[in-house]
Every structure is written in C-alpha cells, then in structure tokens.
Design a protein around this ligand. Structure first.
Ligand SMILES: [Zn+2]
Length: 161
C-alpha cells in the first residue's frame, strides 16, 4: 500500500471538519481561557504536507498505529500544524505499546532527523529538545505522562524558515 492511498476513514473528512473548527476558533479560545481544565481540542489531521507524509510513514512502517493532531496542540501553544501524536490502532487514546514507540522514536531522532528536524518530543515519561543538547529528561506529566495507558509519542517539528 502506498502512502498516497493510505487514508484512515477519519482522515477523509478532516478538511471539512477543520474548516468548521476554524469558524469557532475565537469562541473556543475564549472558552479555554475561561476554563483551563476544559477537555483537549478536537482531533484533526491538518498538518504541514511533509509532516503528513512523515506521519503516515511512521504509522504504517514503525508503530502499526495511527496519528493525529488536534485543535490548539498542545493546549495554549497553537502548534497544530507542526505537532503530531502517535497512538495505537484504534486512534487517539489507544495506548501505543512501549516497544513499538521505542523503535519509532529511535528512527525519528536517528539519522532521519536531518530531513525532519524535531523541536521537542515526548515519550514514555521522558522528553527531549534535540537543539539544546541536554538529552532526555523526565517529563512533568503536563497533559499526561505519555506512558502506560497514556502511551503516545508527541512530536512538534521545527517550523521551516
Ligand atoms: Zn501531542
């Protein structure tokens, strides 16, 4: 199956769903300000095209799972277009097994990272900002600890200049 023909059912209506969300952006932003503990944003797949291709590759060849972004991802940062979460087969909320995530992270941060520079990545209770050279550090659990039942890889890619 080629990357171009791989489309999870949910992806097909993503553009329409995102357009609808855009209309209510101001309203949602206000709600998030007023209720900081409100549930996280709606799922979408509207990411930069090269990130879309990269995410499909990772899901098909490395995790065997799914990926998505969401509205205001991560909350307060508005990096939806350059941020992705990798979950397991059933989609957002289906925990990714540790060994599969480990393999994907090794690839993402390995030799491939020159093509798709990562700004920060969170996985299994740890996070890393490759540019600062400090390596892995414990993640404080803001928006979930990303391990066990919350097992998913969060990636924010660098904005191209
Ligand atoms: Zn995330």
């Amino acid at each position: 199956m080629s990357l171009e023909t791989y489309k999870p059912a949910d992806v097909r209506d993503a553009a329409a769903a995102y357009a609808k969300l855009e209309k209510s952006k101001a309203e949602i932003a206000y709600k998030n300000t007023a209720e900081p503990l409100a549930s996280m944003g709606a799922t979408h797949w509207n990411v930069r095209p090269d990130i879309y291709r990269e995410s499909q590759h990772i899901a098909i060849n490395l995790t065997g799972g799914t990926w998505n972004s969401y509205f205001d991802h991560p909350e307060g940062f508005w990096r939806d277009y350059t941020s992705v979460d990798h979950w397991y087969k059933a989609g957002r909320g289906d925990p990714l097994p540790e060994h599969l995530g480990d393999a994907a992270v090794a690839w993402i941060l390995g030799e491939h990272t020159g093509a798709m520079p990562v700004e920060w990545l969170i996985w299994w209770g740890w996070w890393i900002i490759p540019a600062d050279g400090l390596g892995w550090r414990p993640y404080n659990g803001w928006q979930g600890d990303h391990k066990g039942k919350d097992g998913h890889i969060h990636i924010t890619y660098r904005i191209k200049r």
